[in-house]
Design a protein around this ligand. Structure first.
Ligand SMILES: [Zn+2]
Length: 285
């Protein structure tokens, strides 16, 4: 675990599902052996929740992690955008203090997290070279026509396809070969990190009634109906599929260091992303 943050940085915002305001502080991790982990500072005994694939709880609409002692001890959800920014900027070890059960959604993208990491700076803990495992055999998870796969590849690459009957989204495909992944966060921010989460107007009322997305507004998610975007302009013509790559990178970060492979997904979800991360983590053990 050779890198952490050079200084602490704090940020406040509203959780997408809870609607509650939360404060989050990224704190340098001197030792590094714990990797990336959350601390629920609002709970008694400051419950520790490792950002590891073994700790995943719910995966409906966002990824939730549970403490090693179980969900009743503490959980934290919507972790994927921050984790994608940390892994892309090469932050291998960090203590993430949060005073509630859900991370701030910010503007629905990882832009604010990238900026916070850039403000804090990244520093090397030890001189041991960072080692990226190379995937030697394919892994794949599917559910109906949705799938996510990891294929052996000479470079790290992420490709994603989505298909919606809503015309504003329609069929989208994006492929991203990061430049200097895990060291240069600029490339991540400009290609993927800025892409915001998106939703369908027809689902929003349903989700609200189910007690979800209470913090969702037109300021923190792109929303479309059958014909148009309700809150343009978009940051990219294919912003939704780029956001799916952001989610995939965040979920794969739960492996630790993301192995070199070509990750290919079609109509996948946090549940499938996490299942693939589990299969790869098991293989690497
Ligand atoms: Zn997302």
């Amino acid at each position: 675990m050779p890198t952490t943050l050079a200084s602490s940085v704090a940020c406040t915002g509203v959780g997408l599902h809870s609607g509650a305001e939360v404060k989050l502080t990224l704190v340098p991790e001197g030792e590094g052996d714990r990797g990336r982990y959350f601390v629920r500072t609002d709970l008694q005994d400051a419950v520790i929740i490792p950002a590891q694939v073994s700790q995943v709880g719910e995966t409906v609409l966002s990824t939730e992690l549970v403490s090693a002692a179980g969900a009743e001890q503490g959980t934290v959800r919507t972790v994927e955008h921050l984790l994608a920014a940390l892994v892309s900027h090469g932050v291998e070890a960090v203590r993430i203090e949060v005073d509630g059960p859900e991370l701030p959604l910010l503007d629905g993208s990882a832009q604010g997290w990238s900026q916070a990491i850039a403000t804090a700076g990244v520093t090397t803990i030890s001189s041991a070279p960072q080692h990226r495992p190379i995937l030697s055999e394919p892994h794949w998870i599917y559910d109906g026509d949705a799938f996510v796969a990891a294929l052996p590849s000479p470079t790290l690459r992420f490709s994603y396809g989505i298909e919606f009957k809503e015309a504003p989204i329609g069929k989208q495909w994006h492929s991203w070969t990061p430049v200097d992944f895990g060291a240069n966060g600029d490339d991540f921010l400009h290609a993927i990190g800025k892409a915001r989460t998106f939703g369908l107007a027809r689902q929003i009322e349903q989700l609200r009634q189910a007690g979800l997305i209470r913090g969702g507004t037109l300021e923190n998610a792109l929303v479309c109906d059958e014909e148009r975007w309700l809150n343009p302009p978009l940051r990219f013509e294919n912003e939704p599929v780029r956001h799916k790559i952001l989610d995939l990178v965040g979920d794969l970060s739960l492996i630790g260091t993301i192995p070199q492979a070509h990750y290919v997904a079609f109509k996948a979800s946090h549940r499938l992303h996490v299942a693939l991360a589990k299969a790869i983590a098991k293989r690497l053990q």
